[in-house]
Design a protein around this ligand. Structure first.
Ligand SMILES: N[C@@H](CCC(=O)N[C@@H](CS)C(=O)NCC(=O)O)C(=O)O
Length: 239
């Protein structure tokens, strides 16, 4: 049994989709990051970086006899793929292409598109330069993916953890007013192909992700406490 400590965000959905695809036995431990759950001592003991998701695999023990604990979605996806021998090729050339696109997501799309969401949807002070910069970067990343998908159905080889990592983030683009259908047709087809997978349907609905129903550029008005947990004093206080 795997404990999945998670939230209904793109990072959370990467792991619930992978667990569903792999048919692994798991239970969900939901967190509310707007209420500061990410700073609970139980979570900090698993991930000192106060981020979700985190998995605890009770079926796999570390050298000290305690269950394996893994945070950072890139590491979790590689762990799950290696545990099952699925969703990551065993042919070295394809495997490293898949890992390369996984890294493109965790080191590129997540951090930079994440900033676009921050400046478009959350920032309390209008920051035109930052907004433009991260929107342009998100569009540039879409162009890179569009190019990669010109002559293939998945990012590298068969459907893999690279596609699973990117998909929930591509799903968020309408929130920052980026729409694939006309501008990035191959990326749109890839998105639709993956969306139709039953495991993706189950994984994305695991915890209700209401945020995905918001209109483009919807400005989030966070109350003081939530702002503090996410972007203010509570987030940055030493622990
Ligand atoms: N690089 C991390 C990012 C995880 C992350 O940013 N998680 C967000 C939810 S999507 C979180 O837990 N935020 C809580 C906080 O920043 O306090 C990963 O890939 O796991």
């Amino acid at each position: 049994m795997i404990d999945l400590h998670t939230v209904p965000t793109p990072n959370g959905h990467k792991i619930s989709i992978a667990l569903e695809e792999l048919g692994l036995d798991y239970q969900v431990i939901p967190y509310d990051i707007s209420a500061g759950d990410q700073f609970k001592p139980e979570l900090l003991a698993l991930n000192p970086n106060n981020k979700l998701p985190v998995i605890v695999d009770h079926a796999s023990l570390s050298d000290d006899g305690t269950p394996m604990v893994i945070f950072e979605t890139g590491a979790i996806l590689i762990y799950l793929a290696e545990k099952t021998g699925k969703l990551l090729s065993d042919k070295p050339d394809i495997r490293f292409q898949q890992l390369q696109w996984l890294m493109f997501q965790v080191a590129g799309i997540g951090p930079l598109q994440g900033q676009a969401h921050h400046f478009v949807r959350y920032a309390r002070v209008q920051q035109d330069y930052a907004r433009e910069r991260y929107l342009n970067e998100s569009l540039r990343q879409c162009r890179v993916l569009e190019g990669q998908l010109q002559d293939r159905n998945y990012l590298a080889g068969d459907y893999s953890i690279a596609d699973i990592a990117c998909w929930p983030w591509i799903r968020c683009l309408p929130l920052i007013d980026i729409h694939l259908e006309n501008t990035f047709p191959r990326l749109f087809d890839w998105f639709t192909r993956i969306e139709q997978r039953p495991a993706v349907e189950r994984g994305k609905n695991l915890i209700h992700g209401w945020v995905y129903q918001l209109p483009p550029n919807f400005k989030m008005e966070l109350d003081e406490k939530t702002w503090s947990y996410s972007f203010g004093e509570e987030q940055f206080k030493p622990r």
